[in-house]
Design a protein around this ligand. Structure first.
Ligand SMILES: Cc1cc2nc3c(=O)[nH]c(=O)nc-3n(C[C@H](O)[C@H](O)[C@H](O)COP(=O)(O)O)c2cc1C
Length: 342
């Protein structure tokens, strides 16, 4: 039991990242049922639909705690507050809220007034200071190994060391590079109270990522990812780690023509080339040219199981690694891990 697990009521000190186009009600509920912290992505969702999705999770999560994730930088502060006002009344009492980046003061106030723990992800020591000054319950420190948009420029190990040094009593989780229980145990041995992981949950059965996106994550090694600012339509000025594709290797930027369509509740949304939107299960078109967010941890993601099987595997590995006598725990060697997952 770590302070993160105790605070949020989890059996394993692991949060699943809210991920636009990937983390819907089924993934969130399954992760929570397995004892980790499932999280529903609200991204740009309309408030009424967001509330409906939260009710869907609550109906099947068996009373286990789960979270909702907001991205104020993308939704904008007004939509973010509207999302929170819509979901907080229907979020069960043991639910929590996660935010990608610092939320505005009124959003923080709404979460605190509802008595819910607020988990905020940052990428720099200065933003860590600012988040703690806002009174957040848990700080997630994102390193540059992470998949998706990057909040800072430091690898996770040095960021954790710097923030732990400044804030010995803060509840800290790391994000980036976590795909096995040994990775998690290593982070805890280095001073974290737990971790948040995204990439490892992209290929699982309940994820709503497009099948081709899932397959590419399973097949990828760390060098198949890169940090770029290419996919900036809808989310400018924020570098992101994605899988390489014909756009990232192309010599120059092409036309932002529509290349795909994503359906949400029977409405079709055109996707331009260089859009920040990731391909989901309802996306059709030139999926290979879209932003497939993926962290360097993909090297240790080697199969697509149900989420419960993945969480159970991480839990077994974590307990084994924590039971080792001393020192930082060795990372899971890739070869035996591959055998076990298949
Ligand atoms: C496909 C994908 C989509 C993501 N979308 C979101 C999101 O909507 N909200 C959010 O808070 N973080 C999002 N992230 C970032 C995660 O919060 C986290 O920083 C990252 O997944 C950690 O690195 P890892 O992917 O190597 O585990 C996303 C990550 C991935 C891989």
């Amino acid at each position: 039991m770590t302070r993160l697990a105790a605070l949020l009521g989890l059996e394993l000190p692991l949060l699943q990242a809210g991920m636009g186009a990937v983390a819907g009600p089924a993934l969130c509920a399954e992760v929570s049922l397995a004892g980790a912290g499932g999280t529903l992505a609200l991204y740009k969702e309309a408030p009424e639909r967001a509330a409906r999705l939260v009710r869907e999770v609550a109906a099947v999560a068996g009373g286990r705690p789960f979270g909702v994730n907001v991205v104020p930088e993308v939704s904008g502060p007004d939509r973010c507050l509207a999302q929170l006002r819509a979901v907080l009344p229907v979020l069960p009492g043991n639910g929590f809220v996660t935010s990608f980046g610092l939320p505005a003061a009124d959003a923080v106030h709404a979460v605190r007034a509802a008595g819910r723990p607020l988990v905020v992800q940052v990428g720099t020591p200065d933003d860590a200071d600012a988040a703690l000054a806002l009174g957040v319950s848990v700080l997630v420190l994102q390193g540059t190994e992470a998949g998706g948009h990057l909040l800072g420029g430091q690898p996770v190990g040095s960021l954790l060391a710097a923030v732990r040094d400044r804030h010995p009593d803060a509840v800290l989780a790391v994000a980036g590079g976590i795909a096995t229980g040994a990775d998690l145990a290593d982070a805890v041995a280095r001073g974290a109270d737990g971790a948040l992981a995204g990439t490892v949950f992209v290929p699982v059965a309940e994820s709503t990522a497009h099948p081709r996106f899932k397959r590419r994550v399973v097949e990828a090694v760390a060098e198949d990812t890169l940090v770029t600012s290419l996919f900036d339509i809808g989310w400018p000025d924020r570098p992101h780690r994605v899988l390489r594709n014909s756009l990232t290797t192309g010599a120059e930027r092409g036309r932002a023509a529509f290349i795909a369509t994503t359906r949400v509740d029977d409405r079709a949304y055109p996707v331009p080339r260089y859009s920040a939107a990731a391909p989901g299960a309802t996306t059709t078109g030139r999926v290979e040219e879209m932003a497939m967010y993926c962290g360097r941890s993909c090297a240790r993601v080697t199969a697509a199981h149900p989420a419960g099987v993945t969480v159970a595997r991480i839990r077994r590995e974590y307990e084994t690694a924590r039971a080792l006598p001393t020192g930082p725990h060795p990372r899971t060697p890739p070869a035996p891990h591959r055998t076990q997952e298949r």
